[in-house]
Ligand binder design. Structure first.
Ligand SMILES: NC(=O)c1ccc[n+]([C@@H]2O[C@H](COP(=O)([O-])OP(=O)(O)OC[C@H]3O[C@@H](n4cnc5c(N)ncnc54)[C@H](O)[C@@H]3O)[C@@H](O)[C@H]2O)c1
Length: 247
């Protein structure tokens, strides 16, 4: 349990779901963790539970990101890792998506990821090392069906931006993305299980493994891409999707 000993890592969206599971695992692996989340109270509660620090932050707001990243690095005595897990879902198609709704989804999922990278990269370059893991989505590789036009566009953007950032920030900083399939979190509550509490077969059947994932299964992949075990990997989009996108 020492794969991240000595590392100082910001996790956005760490108040819930995949970000929270990642924050817990990273603390178990010896990292110092700073949670940045717009849900200030929930972030502080998780931080207290696992021995991390937390700062309120709206990733879509450049001033909020600059302040929170700077405070987090100061609190940890430096910065050498980022996990961008903050995100929002939108599930409307082309005709039902207003320009405002499209922009908001892109502002959080794509611009928000960019803003955190922009604020964090100089701090990690000062350490001459670092890792960034962006949580994209399997739908950014291949949509599951119609609808979610803004969400799919934002996640495809995260995958492409990860490659551009990997080129620009090499060799000091490795930048990778993870592309989850359906994960049981607050984001998917109400659709991932039936009213009776059973796994929703309409979702499970999309996956070769015929089930949805738990957040800890994503955290394990994020740990791999943050640790030295992935030292020769940068710019990749890693599907963690129960075998939906390989065929
Ligand atoms: N759950 C899934 O099935 C699934 C699948 C593929 C990708 N993802 C992606 O994984 C990431 C984590 O999602 P999750 O399922 O854990 O969702 P979640 O809703 O449980 O957690 C998302 C977190 O992001 C925070 N957040 C939202 N907007 C923010 C903002 N503007 N600024 C700061 N924090 C903000 C929320 O407060 C919350 O704590 C997201 O990027 C999501 O798109 C999730």
């Amino acid at each position: 349990m020492t794969r991240l000993t000595g590392r100082r890592i910001i996790i956005t969206g760490g108040a819930s779901g995949i970000g929270r599971a990642t924050a817990r695992l990273f603390r178990q692996e010896g990292a110092a963790v700073a949670i940045l989340d717009r849900s200030d109270n929930a972030a502080k509660a998780v931080a207290e539970e696992i021995g991390a620090v937390a700062f309120g932050c709206d990733v879509a707001d450049p001033a909020s990101v600059a302040a929170a990243v700077s405070q987090a690095a100061k609190a940890m005595g430096g910065l050498d890792g980022v996990v961008n897990a903050a995100g929002i879902l939108s599930e409307t198609g082309i005709t039902d998506t207003t320009a405002e709704a499209f922009s908001r989804t892109v502002a959080v999922n794509l611009t928000g990821t960019f803003l955190v990278i922009q604020a964090a990269a100089p701090l990690m370059q000062a350490e001459a090392k670092g890792t960034i893991v962006n949580i994209a989505s399997g739908v950014g590789l291949m949509p599951t069906g119609p609808g979610s036009i803004a969400y799919v566009a934002s996640k495809g953007g995260v995958i492409a931006m990860t490659k551009a950032a990997a080129m620009e920030l090499a060799p000091a900083i490795r930048v990778n993305s993870v592309c989850p399939g359906a994960v049981e979190t607050a984001m998917t509550a109400g659709q991932i299980r039936t009213a009776a509490g059973d796994p929703n077969p309409a979702i499970a059947s999309r996956y070769a493994l015929n089930r949805h994932a738990q957040p800890e299964e994503l955290a394990a992949a994020i740990l791999f891409l943050t640790s030295d075990e992935s030292s020769f990997m940068t710019g990749i989009a890693l599907p963690v999707d129960g075998g939906r996108t390989f065929h």
